[in-house]
Design a protein around this ligand. Structure first.
Ligand code: UDP
Length: 195
């Protein structure tokens, strides 16, 4: 895949289908991988908060989450195939996970929301293996417990809905403690899916 650069951030020229194929390769390879769906707001903040650029640069996959990103790429003479949002990729990955037997963990949202989103997805994709879920309002004291819960659940996919860029920072900070997993921030997707 072609990786282009927009305002210091990498963006991979992928469709939703190509992003799913890439995640499949990452799972097969093993290790911890971060996926960033880069939206204009993230890119804007990253100009002043360089850790956000570093997170995007180290990510195994960065998608263009917004027509603004696709447009900015075109201004620089690059063509991105389509917008790939967190929720689109989440749903497409759950579809694939159901077929592959990948275990999926949902972290984030108000208590009950991740669980409701997970059961909606399970209804849509019956083979989906829900490894676990946890709400996104844990305290600093509960952080270790949450990490332990994820590790014990041993998911291949971890969806983190804490809002951007908190979720990207969280995944990055704890990447060494998450085990073999592909982790991706999904913003308010659980709210959308549970409602
Ligand atoms: N959230 C959370 N913990 C927090 C802050 C936010 O779990 O400490 C959740 C919140 O309940 C919502 C999501 O993160 O489900 C943020 O959604 P929003 O649409 O604001 O995020 P965006 O899509 O803009 O990244």
């Amino acid at each position: 895949t072609q990786r282009i650069n927009i305002l210091g951030a990498p963006v991979d020229a992928v469709t939703v289908a190509a992003a799913v194929a890439r995640v499949s390769e990452l799972i097969a390879r093993g290790g911890t991988h971060q996926v960033v769906t880069l939206n204009p707001e993230y890119l804007y903040r990253a100009q002043r908060e360089p850790d956000l650029l570093a997170i995007a640069r180290e990510a195994s996959l960065v998608t263009a989450d917004g027509v603004g990103i696709v447009w900015a790429a075109s201004v620089h003479g690059y063509s991105l195939p389509e917008r790939v949002t967190g929720i689109d990729l989440l749903v497409a990955l759950c579809d694939r996970a159901a077929a592959e037997g990948w275990r999926v963990f949902f972290l984030g949202g108000q208590p009950g929301v991740a669980a409701a989103a997970a059961s909606r997805l399970k209804a849509e994709y019956p083979g989906l293996m829900i490894a676990g879920e946890h709400h996104g309002y844990f305290t600093a004291d509960e952080e270790a417990m949450v990490l332990e819960k994820i590790k014990a659940a041993a998911p291949q996919l971890l969806f983190v809905g804490l809002g951007a860029p908190k979720q990207e920072r969280w995944i990055y900070k704890y990447r060494q403690q998450l085990g073999n997993v592909v982790a991706m921030g999904v913003g308010g997707s659980f709210d959308v899916l549970s409602g």
